[in-house]
Design a protein around this ligand. Sequence first.
Ligand code: GLC
Length: 714
Amino acid sequence: MTERIEKLIEEMSLEEKARQLTQVNAKIVYTATTAAITGTGGAMGLSEEDKAGIGSVLNFSGADEEKAVQDDHLSKDPHKIPLIFMQDVIHGCHTIFPVPLALGCSFDEALAEECAEMSAVESRLNGVQLTFSPMVDLVRDARWGRVMESTGEDPYLNGLMGKAFVRGYHKGGMLCCVKHFAAYGAAEAGREYNTTDVSERNLKEYFLPAYRACVEEGADLVMSSFNLLNGIPLNGHKDLLVDTLRKEWGFDGVLISDYAAVKEMIAHGYLETMEECAETAIGNELDMEMMSSAYVRHLPELVKEGKVSEERVNESLRRVLEMKEKAGLFECPYGDTDAEKAKDVNLSPAHRALARKAAVRSAVLLKNGGVLPLSADRPFALAGPFAEEKNILGSWACHGRPEDAVSVKEGLEAALGRKLVSAKGCEGDILAADESGIPAALEAVKGFKTIVACIGEPSASSGEGASRADIRIPAPQAALVKALKEAGHTVAAVVFGGRPQVLSEIEPYCDAILYAWQPGTEGGNAIADLLLGKEEPTARLTMSFPRKTGQCPIYYNCFNTGRPRIPDTLENSNYISSYRDTLNAPLYPFGYGLGYTDWELKGVRLSSEKIVEGGRVTVSALLKNTGKRAGSALVQLYIRDRFASVVRPLKELKGFQRVSLAAGEEREVCFDLSEEMLRFYTASGEFASEAGKFDVFVGLDSSTSLSAELTLVK
Ligand code: GLC
């Protein structure tokens, strides 16, 4: 490995090195002329010689194209260095799992790992050697479309889930790339690609930990993000890219830019020329430039002019070549691509079964007035624009196809063995304003007492470039739900979306609300399993659901302020931290979700009221299934550091346990709480705990008040 790499570094010209540090769309190097390429990458002005020496490609159609592109490349590359093929396998390759924000609601790392592993198995057969996943950006603003790619607002959970994805990809034999470093999810007003401004403390406490967790778990690549952060575009941040990522965290893998982000330092108003972009990026140890050509056009000159050392270029080149070695590409340039085998593995029964299980474990039951589960022998009808919708795959669905997906109607009809009446009532487009179809829908379902209303936002309304300034359920859909209720129906809403949406206007008209997210290929079967009671909803929210869009950003681990509104009522708003027109609390809080039984949680106890440096206590509580059927609860552990050298959040998630009990069964649930778990970045910048009193909470969601007092003595 080393010998071959050092020999290549010795033989390659500066121009060849610059090309090897560049990634472009597969079409650029293989079929389309560069002039044909538009968008942020632009006509990259690559010569035929440039194209022959490119290091990596992204966005290709699958196994056949991968082989053709690799063969073409190797026939032209003077050093016969294989391309590495990267793709956005975010939540599945051909078999599509629930979007990560949904899967995160399972609070199940093993499940996330299993889904990632299966994604990798499919990906490798389809020509992918590396995925641009996991995305672990902390998110707090549901207006931002890419919340669907993250696992939510808690840094601890995001780290656990991100590590599970890394392990799963590696178990499945695929390299992976953690993104988007850093704090891309803090986009002002939730507007895509918008400015981010995050204090050093908040970066360390909230926005960086999950990236670090994935680096420490062995993520092979890190992707630097588009955003301006504290006045400097990310690719200009030596403090983060070098001091933090390389020196403090010890990351020595490939750092790749996001799509044309190197070039975009000009649009940001940070650098004036592509030459400066190349000099700055390589100086910050950005090893591979995605979809812009600053390196190809300017690195050789920069080295010849002495502005950039060849050793710095060689260090990046070494990382890129080592990545290819790790992927086994020098021995087998196609990786594990196998178009024939892929036909059997893609969407196989086993893969579909896991997708179905994941979708069951991701849907969150937000309301249930005794309506769910539906009894199979009681007739019901379907309504709404998503009842027969098959594009429930989310916006990063890679090679997933709606025609391979199962709609709610298909899932329910398969489970019941009978046809169902379904009436669309209105369009699913978030900008649709047409309510004219509602009377006909009411007529079509009038003979059925219970209606399953399938509503929400389309897959394309979340994801990259899909911010929404108003995240309510579209008006025609809300009108449909209201009309159904006012016509005397029992309404069980199934809501699709890649983000928390504002459900306040439909909530009064729904007897039940199941938030299905974008559940993936097996969504309809999973929703049928849940609606008919074959499975219990066990997922819990990892992102707060606002009452109004204007509450965004809203998150559980916020501060108390000097004038908290207690109680949180509209009448109590004078000179209090509040809104005049809504409560401060979210409609549904972090950690919340219902099942099909009832729970009682009481009697929080600590093994000791005091804890010392390096010490630990046991936190216990009594959980009882007080309902009529077996069920599964997610018991959560939170702390609050009441007074500290910097204000601490009202709650911080420190642990969770899934507990399944039979009806009437009671069990003591115990958590281990260590002094290390009480540490934070103090006013002096040290990561330490401080003596004083803590509230230790146990609950079934983050609104719990069930607590005991703990004193840290030093
Ligand atoms: C996109 C996204 C990034 C993705 C990359 C390659 O713009 O920001 O998440 O991995 O480009 O598709």
